[in-house]
Each structure stands twice: as C-alpha cells, then as structure tokens.
Design a protein around this ligand. Structure first.
Ligand code: PEP
Ligand code: MG
Length: 572
C-alpha cells in the first residue's frame, strides 16, 4: 500500500508505525450554581495556567539549541499566549457571567481564538491556530491531571502516525526513538513541520484520511521529500531505500559539518553566500544555514498578506525586525516589486494585455511617489538598526535609476527635518533582470553601488518565454548561450567599474551553475537558505582556476543542451 502526502521535512525513515489517538476535549455542559463555585473555577484556571507556564519554561530551559532555534521561539510564543490577558479575561468572563465550568470555558475560548487564526488569509498566520490549540490542550490537561511526567516512551525506530501534531508534541518527542512522522492534516508551514525540519526528523504531512488504514506495528518507509508513505513494502524495496537513506544521511552530515566554514575556493577566493528572504523569521532561519546576510528581501510579501497598504510605521517595524535578526550582516532590501504575477487584493491594477511587460515594480513606484517615498523612509529609518542596502527592481534604463535616486534623496531630506535616526549613507543598487539593463551595465554601473542579477526575469525577457507558462516551460532555459552572455557581461562590467555584483535569481542555487558563475567572476550568491550548504560544498572543493576553465569551455558551446550536458558531467 502506498500513500501520498506533502514532504515537509527531508530524509528517509524506515521503521514501525505507532498510531497516536488523540482524545477530543468534550464540553460537559455543567452550569455553576453559586458564587463560591465561580471563584473556585477561576482559581482552577489560574493554577492550570501557572502550571502550564512552568512546564513550558522547563521545556525552554531543556531545549537543545543545537537543533535550531525554531522550537525555542515557538515555546516562547506559548508562554506569551498562556500569559495573554485576553485569554484570561475571556475565560473568567465565561465562568463568572455565563456560569460555565472552567473546562467548558477554556474549550470555548480556545475554539474561538483558533477560528480567528484559521480565518486569516496568510498561510503562516493561519497555521498558528496550532499554537493556540497546543496551549489549550495543555491547559485542559493541567485542569484534569496532576501528572506532569506524561512524556511517552517509544520503541526504537518508531514512526508516529497521527491526525495532527501540536508544536509541543513535536518538541517533546523522544527523538532517540522517533525517527519520523506522518500526519493526516498540516502542511509545509505547520509548526510541527518546521520543528521536524530543524531536528532533522523526516516528516510527511497532509496525507488525509487514508492514513487511518495504517495499524500499529506496520512496517513503513517514509520519504520526507516526495511525501510518499509505503506500508509493509517487500524486503527488496526496503533494501533499496536503506541505500538511499544512508546516502542522504552521509550527505546531510557532510553539509552540516561545513555550515560554519567560510566559503573559500581551494585557491583562496572568498565568496559570499546570502539568503533570499521574505521576513525576519526567514533571516533567522537563514543564519542557521550559514548565510552571511541576505541578498534579497522581497518586500512585496509584507504588502501581500493584508488588506490595505502598510503604513510607514508598519514597514519600519518590519524592516527593523529583519535588520536586528541579521545581527549586523548585510541585507539588501528590494523596493516594491508588484505587478505581473504578484497582485495585491487592495491595489487597483489596470487590465493589461501583457502584465509582465506592463505597469509593475519600479514603474508603479515612480508613478505612485506616495507609496515609494513611504517605503524608502521606512527602509532608511530601519537602516539605523543594521546594515541595510536598498535595491530597485525591473530597471530598464538609466532615467529610472536617476528618478528613483531623486525620490530617495527627498525621503532623506524629509527625515532630516525630524529627529528620527536613519542611515544617511545607505548603499544603492539595482536588479539586472531586463536585457536592456544587462546590455548597458557599463553605463548603469556609474549610477549605483551594486548590481544583483535576477535570472528569473532576465531569462523570461531575454528568451520571450513567460516564466509562469507550463506549456512552454522547456523553452525557459537559463543555460541558453544568450542568457549566459548577458550574465557574463554584467559581471565583467561590474568589476570593471568596481561595484559589487551578486545574483539573487534561482540560477544562483543551481549546483550545475556554481563553477560557471565562479569562473565568470561572480562573488556573491543569494538563494533559498536550504541550498547554501550544497553550493558551499562545491565552492570549497574547487579552485577559481578550474572555474575559469569551465567558463571558457561553456562560452565556446553553441547550445544549452551541450552546456547543461557538460555542466552535469563535471558535477557528477
Ligand atoms: C528575479 O527576477 O530573478 C528575481 C530574483 O526576482 P523575482 O523572482 O522576485 O521576480
Ligand atoms: Mg524579478
């Protein structure tokens, strides 16, 4: 039998199923008759809250941060929720006004709070309902039991099968014996998934009700990347997966061992490896993978998860949080890059024949100076709390850079009139993602402090291939010699004019491209955090000299087929 879910934490687990049945908390319907009972019930709640806080504090002090800080942060959130006056007030009101007993009051308050989170559009925030449920379960447990040592002991090589896991379940999991888990519910952003990933436990979520067919003791193979769960497979399949599992473990341990090593080629060229991020949590996560900063903060994520434009203050807090999490490491903040596939529900985009060639990114910002200047002021102010740089997207000509710089100067002039601190010497850069910008890199380099090559758009505009269109996806090919020539030219011109050149498009995270890009002279790569160790491994095992030869060979080839075949071969 084979089941399919979503792979949420990589690795392969081979073991026996342990099916966890969750007890649903039930309402009792008991009504309190006198005032003395009300006081007793409120007192019971206060005690349960205090015991719960102590339990979570103990979990925090026992937390092994070598397994990542995600679980730690989640537990701190639980302390905040358990101490939240709103929850306490709501429970107290249900007891004193509605005369409900404490059990029913807690169930109802938690249920309402969970609903509030679940209704949020943002996937991450709506997944936080699991935290509310988690503290609710804890409160209910502490209302009914005094047993505080209920951590279960499992047999070796156990794979947990359950409807859903709360963050606490996952954190307190006995990872000596639990080697994986599969859940009916949940997805990539559930806390259980995040913690599993940071602890290196393979996990599959969202398997649906089919998971109920698994019995205690069934032999399982769980694949944390593909999301497959195989039930009672034959010995030949088990043997095959043991080989895959061991190869994965060897690779993972190698990558872990180089996390804190600098990315320097064997002949001494230092390379900067940055992460592409969407918010402060991503920044923190990225440091765990050895990122030396961020080469791209996509600020549109802040604009997307809401129903109105964020204010200067909202944005300031958001960028400041990122700057603080980066702990002095550089962060390139890209100004609003909306339009094309990135729509805002509250922003009236005109109907266009070709949105990717239309009113978008810097074009909107130069047209809607009110939006642009607000964002620039927020970035400048947050720059006082870390090393932020500002970057303009979708630049197609020199006038756009000059116009953007005039507005940046206006933003500084406005801030100068106040006494708020801001970064007066912020570095200014542009994305090179439109062919005209790449071809005039020599001219544009004189206007800015740095370039960042956006291969995702550069590829689509150079090849006239819509990056979102499945039907022509084979034509979307960054190894097309035309695209590679543009990239090489931008890097060359950047160096010639002594400005920094990085790359934040997806090609930066493709191991096939690493030597080629190094050979072209690229020294800053920005990518999804999880890709950093793999790219670093290539850098520290090769010389710049070899990379230059690879570049030379590639430039002599006439098709992307020949280029990719060659790059694959040298990487094998
Ligand atoms: C790019 O175009 O390469 C890029 C990094 O920007 P985005 O993917 O956000 O368009
Ligand atoms: Mg782009």
């Amino acid at each position: 039998m084979m089941m399919n879910g979503i792979g949420v934490s990589p690795g392969i687990a081979i073991g026996r199923a342990h099916v966890l049945q969750k007890q649903e908390a039930a309402l009792t319907g008991i009504v309190l008759l006198n005032a003395a009972d009300i006081l007793i019930e409120i007192e019971k709640f206060n005690n349960a809250a205090a015991v719960s806080i102590t339990e979570v504090e103990t979990m925090i002090s026992n937390y092994d941060t070598s397994q990542g800080s995600e679980g730690f942060d989640i537990l701190e959130t639980h302390i905040e929720l358990l101490s939240d006056p709103q929850i306490k007030d709501d429970v107290t009101e249900k007891i004193s006004k509605d005369r409900k007993n404490v059990n029913d009051a807690v169930i109802e308050v938690i249920r309402d709070a969970m609903q509030l989170f679940k209704n949020m559009d943002d996937e991450y925030l709506s997944a936080r309902a699991a935290d509310v449920q988690d503290i609710g379960d804890r409160l209910l447990k502490n209302l009914t039991t005094t047993d505080k040592t209920s951590t279960q002991q499992y047999k070796p090589d156990t794979i947990i099968i359950t409807e859903d896991l709360t963050p606490s379940d996952t954190i307190s999991m006995d990872i000596k014996h639990v080697i994986g888990f599969a859940t009916q519910a949940g997805g990539k952003t559930s806390h259980a998934a995040i913690i599993a990933k940071s602890r290196g436990i393979p996990a599959v979520a969202g398997c649906g009700p089919q998971l109920k067919n698994i019995q205690d003791g069934d032999i399982l193979i769980l694949h944390g990347q593909t999301g497959q769960v195989m039930v009672n497979p034959g010995q030949d399949i088990i043997d095959q997966y043991i080989i895959q599992r061991d190869a994965y473990l060897a690779q993972a341990s190698l990558l872990r061992s180089i996390k804190d090593k600098p990315a320097i080629t064997t002949d001494g060229t230092a390379i900067k490896l940055f992460a592409n991020i969407g918010d402060a949590a991503d920044m923190e996560h990225a440091l765990g993978f050895g990122a030396e900063g961020s080469g791209l903060l996509r600020t549109e994520l802040l604009f997307m998860g809401r129903d109105a434009l964020p204010t200067e203050e909202d944005q300031f807090e958001f960028y400041k949080a990122v700057a603080l999490k980066a702990k002095g490491k550089p962060v390139i903040v890209r100004t609003l890059d909306i339009g094309g596939d990135k729509q805002l529900p509250y922003f009236n985009f005109p109907a266009e024949q070709n949105p990717f060639l239309g009113y978008r990114a810097i074009r909107i910002c130069l047209d809607r100076k009110d939006i642009f200047i607000t964002q620039l002021k927020a970035i400048l102010r947050a720059g006082a709390f870390g090393k932020l740089k500002v970057m303009f997207p979708m630049i197609s000509n020199i006038q756009e850079i000059r116009a953007a710089k005039v507005i940046l100067q206006e933003a500084m002039d406005e801030l100068e009139k106040t006494d708020v601190p801001f970064d007066k010497t912020i570095k200014i850069g542009i994305m090179i993602e439109i062919p005209s910008a790449a071809l005039t890199a020599d001219l544009l380099a004189k206007e800015v402090d740095f370039f960042s090559i956006g291969t995702n758009d550069l590829c689509q505009y150079t090849l006239a291939v819509d990056r979102m269109n499945e039907k022509i996806k084979d034509l979307y090919d960054p190894y097309n010699p035309g695209v590679l020539r543009l990239i090489a030219y931008v890097i060359e011109q950047g160096h010639k004019h002594r400005i920094e050149v990085g790359m934040c498009g997806e090609v930066a995270s493709d191991p096939k491209a690493t030597l080629l890009l190094l050979g072209m002279g690229l020294t800053e790569f920005s990518m999804s955090a999880a890709s950093i160790p793999q790219i670093k491994n290539i850098i520290i095992n090769n010389s710049l000299e070899t990379a230059k030869q690879v570049h030379q060979r590639v430039m002599e080839m006439d098709s992307s087929q020949a280029i990719t075949a060659y790059l694959q071969e040298i990487n094998a």
